[in-house]
Structures are given as structure tokens and as C-alpha cells.
Design a binder for this molecule. Structure first.
Ligand code: ADP
Length: 311
């Protein structure tokens, strides 16, 4: 799949493409719901407020799934035109700290699914729940906020700003959100540490290998402490050595940092590192398999290439 969110195939363009969305106060959140209650309300409730359940969070219950879809369908085409049924009923549950790989032939619906999970496209029917919040209940501003603060995006092409250092690139989403430069830089260094790139913090993208650039791009996604990282062919532009390093990093982030990751890949060796693999065909989950090593999520053991079919 050779694409990026909201940019190709004549899709609806992003209203506020990440990470260069219109600035608004950003609080790095440990808990989405409490953060929303703390945020000062600068605008009218109508246009920029969280729904009632977010501003008055109920008793905290541990969420079973970070991300869930129910009966997700997507039909392209208007009345009178030939319709394309890109998704035909996807039920998916993703647990915290899970690394989920999505594979499938071209046209099977992988991009459409990733775009809908990322709130970039809306489903024709069905639900997407992120941390228990139904994205369909949010208005555009709220969806933008959730995308910026609770979702991280990693693309095949790293999309780093060429005139900025690694540290500046990583700090940028925070600074755009209104965080002081000092604090944003401190957090950027921390995110670079997570991806093993502190030694390159002052390097420009052109001075880094593709793999290093991708690790910086991952740090940029992580700096917002997202609930979920959505990765679209994260190793698609890398040679095998760099690809292996980036895959190992994603594996480590899931295992050690409990970072939930959903990635689309066409590479079976990348998918083999996942806890679970789903294969799409014609807009449906054709096959689902659990890694035999995934029962020990907290153990950084080498992943088995053997998957056990679950459907
Ligand atoms: P994949 O990522 O697996 O290649 P896609 O999600 O891009 O698959 O596409 C699934 C189906 O939906 C394909 O038949 C594709 O042609 C169709 N499709 C995707 N985007 C659009 C669109 N914006 N308008 C019409 N059809 C689309």
C-alpha cells in the first residue's frame, strides 16, 4: 500500500492534516478523560467542547480494549453510481500494548480501515471506539483533538521537516500546541531516548539514514503519548537492515512501554513480529492469527514466526 493518510486516491482531504493542525492548547495527557476536564475552555461549548461523557467522566473502569470496531462498513460512491464496498463489516478489538499487523492484497480495504481508525474518514455504518469513546459522537474539532492527542501516525515516507533537527521535529507538535519550547524540548529528548536516537538529536534529516529518520518520526508520534500508534507500511521505504531495526523498535515499544500499535504491512517478516495478524480480503477479515509468543506480552522474548489461526 503506497499511500499516506488523506493524501491520495482521491480521498477526502484531511481538514487539519497531522501534525500541522491549527494550534490549540495541548496538555500531554496521562488519562484522556481527566485531561479534557482540566483543559481551559477558550471557545464556546458548542464548537469545541468534549461530549458530556468526556467532560464528566464516569467512575474509572479498566478498559478492556483501547480500540474497538463494531460492524464497520464503508461504501464509496453516490446513489446512481457504481458503489465500492471497501469494508463489509469489520469487528476488531485491540488491547493495550498489543502490536497488531494488518495484511491483505491490494484493494482489500487496508487503507480504508486505517483511515477510519485514525478518524480521517468516517464509516458508512458501524462504530469505532477509542478508549471507549465512539468517534462518531464527536464533532470535527473534538475529532481533531483526539487525533492529535490520542493517536500517533507513522507513515511510509517519514515526513520530517528537512530544515529542522531531529529534536526540533519531535518537539514541533508540542510547540504548535502551545507548550513552552523548553518543556517541548525536554519531552522531545525523552521521546528520542525511547527510540534510541538521542545521539542524533542535533542532526538534520538529510544527515540520517532512512531507518534513523523513521525512528525520529516514531519519536514525533510518541511525544504526544498517544493511546494508539497507527503505522502505514512503516518499513516500506527501508532496506532490510533498517526495516528490521524499525520493526524491532515497534516490537519493543509494545512490549516494554505497553504502546498499542496497529500497522499495515505487506512484509511477512514484519508481520511476524506482531502479537496478532489479521488478513483482509474484499473488505472482510479473512483470517486472524495469534502469535504463539503473545501470551507473554510483558516478556521481550523473540517473536515466533508461527501464528496460530484463531478464525
Ligand atoms: P488497500 O489499502 O488494501 O489497497 P483500499 O482501502 O485502498 O485497499 O481500497 C479498498 C477498495 O475501495 C478498493 O476497491 C478501492 O478501489 C476502493 N476505494 C478506496 N478509496 C476510494 C475512494 N476514495 N473512492 C472510491 N473507491 C475507493
Amino acid at each position: 500500500m503506497n499511500m499516506q493518510f488523506g493524501t491520495t486516491k482521491g480521498r477526502t482531504p484531511l481538514l487539519h492534516p497531522w501534525p500541522y493542525e491549527k494550534p490549540s492548547p495541548v496538555t500531554l495527557v496521562e488519562e484522556t478523560q481527566t485531561a479534557y476536564t482540566k483543559r481551559p475552555r477558550k471557545r464556546s461549548q458548542a464548537s469545541h467542547s468534549m461530549p458530556r461523557e468526556l467532560s464528566h467522566p464516569p467512575e474509572k473502569k479498566p478498559l478492556m480494549y483501547i480500540l474497538e470496531t463494531r460492524g464497520l462498513r464503508k461504501v464509496y460512491g453516490n446513489e446512481g453510481e457504481v458503489c465500492v464496498h471497501a469494508l463489509r463489516g469489520i469487528d476488531l478489538q485491540v488491547r493495550k500494548g498489543e502490536l497488531l499487523a494488518i495484511m491483505g492484497p491490494s484493494g482489500s480495504g487496508k487503507s480504508t480501515l486505517l483511515h477510519i481508525l485514525g478518524g480521517v474518514e468516517t464509516p458508512t455504518s458501524g462504530q469505532v471506539l477509542l478508549e471507549g469513546i465512539d468517534l462518531a459522537t464527536l464533532n470535527d474539532d473534538q475529532r481533531t483533538l483526539i487525533r492529535r492527542e490520542r493517536m500517533g501516525f507513522v507513515f511510509q515516507s517519514f515526513n520530517l521537516l528537512p530544515a529542522f533537527t531531529a529534536e526540533e521535529n519531535v518537539a514541533l507538535p508540542l510547540e504548535l500546541g502551545g507548550m513552552s519550547s523548553g518543556e517541548a524540548r525536554r519531552r522531545a529528548v525523552e521521546a528520542l531516548r525511547l527510540v534510541g536516537m538521542t545521539h542524533r538529536r542535533d542532526h538534520m534529516p538529510s544527515m540520517m539514514s532512512g531507518g534513523e529518520q523513521q525512528r525520529v518520526a516514531i519519536a514525533r508520534a510518541l511525544v504526544m503519548q498517544p493511546a494508539i500508534l497507527l503505522a502505514d507500511e512503516p518499513t516500506g521505504n527501508l532496506d532490510s537492515v533498517n526495516g528490521r531495526q524499525v520493526t524491532a523498535l515497534l516490537r519493543r515499544l509494545a512490549t516494554r512501554e505497553e504502546q498499542t500499535i496497529v500497522m499495515v504491512t505487506h512484509d511477512p517478516t514484519v508481520a511476524a513480529q506482531a502479537d496478532r495478524l489479521i488478513r483482509l480480503r474484499d473488505g472482510l477479515i479473512e483470517d486472524e492469527a495469534q502469535s504463539e509468543a503473545s501470551s507473554a506480552l510483558s516478556t521481550p522474548a523473540p517473536r515466533s514466526c508461527l501464528f496460530k489461526r484463531t478464525v
